[in-house]
Each structure stands twice: as C-alpha cells, then as structure tokens.
Write a protein of this length. Structure first.
Lengths: 106, 338
C-alpha cells in the first residue's frame, strides 16, 4: 500500500499507508488526520478537503477535472498548488506523496 | 411563541420527509432552516447533479428530488421558517423551548435535528482583521445596495454573485473586481458583460490576486491584495464584498448538551433519540454503528423519529400503525378521502 504523508497545520507529519483506490481525502478521514472536513463526502461540492501539494509532486498528479478549479475558488486561502484531496485517487504512482493541510477549511 | 408537536431543524430531504411522516400520523410540525430556500445540501451544493440511489427513482437531480418532496407535502399545512438559525434549545418542564437568531420561539416536546453537516454560513476572508469590519464595511451579502452608491467597492469572487454585483454596482459605484485566477465560473453572458465593463473602465479588474490585508482604524480605508507572483497593490476601498459561497458549520448545536463526536450526534437506532429525551437526530448529522450517509437512511431515521415523537406529543393516546393504502384515517389526512 502506498505511503502518503499528511502535514497538519501544526507541522506534524502523519505518514500513513492508504489502500489503492481510496482517495487522499478518505485516507485522512479514516485515519483521523485532523483538518480535512470533507463535508460533502467526496462529491467535489464543498471544498473542505482542500490540501496543498508539495512542489515536487504537483505536476505528477493527474490534472484537475472540470469543476475542481471552480470549487477551489471557494476554498480557504487557495494557492497555485491547491487541490481537493477527494479528487486524488491513491495508486502505487502516489507512493511518497506529501500534502499539507491548511489552517482551516473555511 | 409557536406551540407545535415537533420542530424540525433542517429543510433538506430528511427534514422534509420527516414532516410528511409526522403529519401523516396526525402530528403538527414546523421547520426551521438557515438557508433562504428549501432543500438543504441537495439544493445548495448539487442542484444539477444526478442522484442514482433513491429507491424506485432511477435518476433525479438534487433539485428534482427536493421538488418531489415538496410536492409530497402538498396535502399538509406546514410552516417553514427560512433564513433562521436555531440558536438555543432549553428544557422547560416537559417541553423544549427553542429560540432562533431572529427571536422566533417555539415550545415543543420534540425537537428533530435533521441538520446535515450544520447550517450554511458564508465563507469568510482569510485575514483575521476582517472580522473587525464585518457588517460595517465588509459584507458577505448585500442587504441594501444604496449604501454603496458613490463609493468605492472592492468585490471578491469569481462566481455569479460576485459578477452580478460587480455589474450592478458599476452603474453607481467605483468597482474593483478581484479574483484568484483569470477564469470565472459565472454565467457566460455575465462574464462577457464584465469584460465589456472592464473595457469601458467601469470595473477595475484584478485577476490572480487575493486579499492579504484590510487597513483602517475605525473606518475601512483600503485593502492590500497580492498577486500570484508576489506583487502587492493597495486599493482605496470604502466597502468590501466577499462572495466565496457557503460552508457548513455545526454552530450552536454544539451547545445543547448532546453527545457529539466528529461533528455528528450519537443516537439510538430505535427512536433516533439523542442523550436528551425528546431531541432526535436524523440524516447525515446522526451517528450510530453502521450509519450510512445516504438520503434513503435519512428517510428511515425520520420515519422512526416521527413515531417516537408521537408518544411525547400525545401521551394519552396510543399510536396505531397503519398503511396509506388502506387506512381511512391516513387517506383523509392525505386529502384522498372526504
């Protein structure tokens, strides 16, 4: 199972094995990583699973689908490296992915 | 003071069907919701998205589901209190005294919380100092556009609300429109209108900028915005408007003495009652072993909470289970029989 590292706002690193096929959001929620709310449950409808992708990873991820950028308009402090973690599906290609969680989701 | 057999908090699908169940078994109910329209998340978050897992409805959108639920409530007289948020729930003898942020009060033996993930509130600007100016010179909605006339208004956002207000206020105000990227998600015709107004110098457009600071002591004087590439600009502003959509906040529910874990309320699976007698939680906001956050689960939970409410609302009567296909009582309530 690929290891994903979540860096919470207090700079704590949480490295977790997440099953292939789950989303990066689900990996966080199922392992009680604080800071990812995922209010809509993964429907790309709420922008409360917003994460920042570490520089070396941003371009390696599948590109955003229509609608993700629109939802990011509503995220709290969006940046150029923002993604919605519900749209990132875990696979072996994501081994070692590191994401940072913003100070809040809204 | 409104007296009712049951007060439902939340006008999403679960709240609506629970109202149906309550009225069907002969109880009164009223519904409070913080949004300005009926439908909850279905209408606010995904009105156009198709849903495929409502039993016997192969496909319907959030809006269609809401409209059908409203249609199903037609035989009944139900009072909705929209744009109101329940702030207080207090015990008063055998009843609950419930108060909204508008001062509406209810006295009821049964409070049914069908609040989804909480109430929808506007998303706010990131800089902390913005709070100081909120509802004075910084707003997340427009109540009276006339206060802006002749002033400089900085509008943030890229959706329809931001664009519509930029267009509208450009007639009588000096408008800055600021958005985090150079694409807008608003209606194409409005986007075109905005670009025309930018060309005509009626709107000053700043894209790839976000707010970093609000400046002013008593009164707002200016704001600082920062470009993606690091450049900052200071814009003189009398007013600031932010349109970043809505977010769900559990809000005051947290203060009602309920067992809450991870933003959900613990209930039993017989009555969907919380740790407080006469307060129930159903739909996405409740948790119990095996809970599924599906609309169909909300319907089931509401049907059982409605039956449980009967005991407290009619302590001297016995509830009798009946079918709508055969019961004269139920058919009368549904207006299908004289």
């Amino acid at each position: 199972m690929p290891k994903i590292t979540y860096i919470t706002h207090d700079k704590q690193k949480h490295t977790i094995e997440v099953q292939n096929g789950l989303t990066v959001m689900e990996g966080a929620v199922q392992n009680d990583i604080p800071g990812i709310d995922a209010d809509c449950g993964g429907g790309m409808a709420c922008a409360t699973c917003h994460v920042y992708i570490n520089d070396d990873w941003f371009d390696k991820l599948p590109i955003k689908e229509d609608g993700e950028e629109d939802m990011l308009d509503m995220a709290f402090e969006p940046k150029k490296n923002s993604r919605l973690s519900c749209q990132l599906i875990v696979s072996d290609d994501l081994e070692g992915l590191t994401v940072s969680i913003p100070s809040k989701q809204g | 003071m409104n007296k009712t057999d049951a007060l439902i908090i939340g006008a999403g699908p679960t709240g609506l069907f629970t109202a149906h169940q309550l009225k069907l078994i002969g109880l009164d109910c009223e519904i409070v919701d913080n949004l300005d329209k009926i439908g909850g998340q279905c209408i606010e978050l995904y009105p156009d998205k198709p849903i495929y897992d409502i039993p016997a409805v192969p496909e319907c959108t959030g809006e269609e589901l809401t409209n059908n639920l409203i249609e199903q409530l037609k035989p009944f007289d139900i009072r909705f209190h929209l744009k109101e948020r329940v702030d207080e729930v207090k015990k008063e003898a055998d009843n609950w005294l419930v108060k909204t942020n508008n001062g509406t009060t209810f006295l009821t033996p049964n409070v049914i919380i069908a609040g989804g993930v909480g109430s929808f509130e506007p998303r706010k600007f990131a800089p902390k100092e913005c709070e100081k100016f909120e509802n004075k010179s910084l707003f997340y909605s427009v109540k009276n556009k006339k206060v802006f006339y002749g002033k400089t208004v900085s509008i943030f956002g890229g959706g329809d609300s931001a664009l519509d207000w930029a267009v509208e206020l450009s007639k009588d105000c000096n408008v800055n429109l600021i958005h985090r990227r150079d694409e807008f998600r608003g209606a194409q015709s409005t986007v075109e209108k905005v670009y025309e107004l930018v060309k005509a110098k009626k709107i000053n457009l700043y894209t790839k900028y976000q707010m970093t600071k609000v400046i002013g002591s008593e009164k707002l004087e200016s704001i600082e915005i920062k470009h993606d590439e690091g450049k900052t600009e200071t814009l003189k502003s009398d007013y600031v408007l932010g349109f970043f959509g809505l977010i769900m906040q559990l809000g005051p529910i947290a203060n009602w003495g309920l067992n809450i874990d991870k933003k959900t309320i613990e209930v039993d699976t017989e009555k969907f009652e919380t740790n407080q007698k006469g307060i129930y939680a159903i739909g996405d906001i409740c948790s119990y072993p095996g809970k599924l956050k599906l609309i169909l689960s909300g319907f089931h939970e509401g049907a059982l909470a409605a039956r449980a409410s009967f005991k407290l609302a009619r302590p001297n009567e016995k509830y009798r289970f009946e079918f709508t296909t055969t019961s004269t009582n139920l058919l009368k309530r549904l207006g299908k029989k004289e």
